[in-house]
Design a protein around this ligand. Sequence first.
Ligand SMILES: Cc1ncc(COP(=O)(O)O)c(C=O)c1O
Length: 339
Amino acid sequence: MENIDWRNLPFGYYPTDYNVRCYGRNGKWGELEVSSSEYISIHMAATTLHYGQEAFEGMKAFRGVDGKVRLFRWQDNARRLRSSADGIMMQEVPDEVFFAAIEKAVRLNARFIPPYGTGASLYIRPLLFGSGPQVGVKPATEYMFLVFVGPVGPYFKEGFRPVTVELVRDYDRAAPRGTGHIKVGGNYAASLRPATRAAKNGYSTVLFLDAKEQKYIDEAGPANFFGIRNNTYITPESHTILPSITNKSIETLAKDAGMKVERRPVPVEELELFEEVGACGTAAIISPIGKIVDTAFGKVYEYGTEAGKNSTMLYKRLKAIQEAEMEDIYGWTTVIEGI
Ligand SMILES: Cc1ncc(COP(=O)(O)O)c(C=O)c1O
C-alpha cells in the first residue's frame, strides 16, 4: 500500500505508474498499449490542437467495505463518450475497448486505489482526441484514446459541507444548439473565465443560466444542479447541460425513497422556493449549496450552513452503493476482481 495521506488528498492530478493508449483509424481500434510516460507525442497539425476535436470522461473506482474494487456505471460513461464523439465527428470507442482500457489502467495502478473509509477514490480519466493532421477544418482520420487514473479527494475543499456559488449572467457556457450536452473540451474552455473570476472572489463554483433566454438554471461549472422542495427533487431539463450520470442515479434513489422527481426547466425565481439546493457529479458526488449569489442583480439566496436532510439522505445512499455498504439492487457497479 502506498504511503499517501489518503484523507487529505485534493481533487487534482496525481502521477501514477501507467496509462493505457490505443489508436483508431478507419473505424478500427488497434491493440492497447501500456505506457509509463506522462507525455504523448503528437502531430503539430493534430485536429485536437487546432479545432478542438477532443472529448473526455470522468468516472471513479471505489474500494468497498468488503475490500473489493468497483466501477460505477461505466457503461453510461462509455455511451456518453460515444455521444461526444458523434457530436464532433470523432471515431467512436466501443464498449469492449473502453472497458478493457479502464480495467487495465485500474489494475496496473492498484496501489493507488484509496482504502475504504478514507473518503478518497480512484479517479479515471478517459480521453479521446483527433491525433491525425488536418489544416483545413475537417475531422481527423486518426484518433487516440487514452486512459489515466489518479487518487482524488473531494472536488470542493468543503467536502460534504455547503458551498457558496455565483450565478453568472454575463457569460454563457454553451450555445443553445451547440455542444453543451456532450463532454467536449470547448465547453470547459468557455467556462474558465467566469469560473476563475468566481474563484478569485471566493466562490466555490459558478451557476450558468440557459444561453437562449437567461431565464432558467442550466448547471454548475463542473456539475448538474438540483433543488428540493415539498418532498420533490427538481433538476433542469436543458439541451445545454451535460446529462450527469450521478444526477440520473440520484433521481432513481429519490424516487425509491418516496420523493417525487421532476426534470423540467427551472426558472431563476424558483430559487426563492427551494428548501435545499445542491450540485451533483462524479467529482462532487453531492455538494450541498448554502448560498447562491446573483451578483449582477444584487440578490442572495440562502439555504443554511448545514446540508439539508434530503440531500444528506441521497448522498449517503449513493455513497453506500458505491462502497458496497448497501446492496446494489440497480446493477450499477462492476467489480474488478483480484485487486
Ligand atoms: C459540466 C458538467 N456537468 C455535469 C457533470 C456531472 O456528470 P457525471 O455525474 O456524469 O459525472 C460534469 C462532470 O462530470 C460536468 O463536467
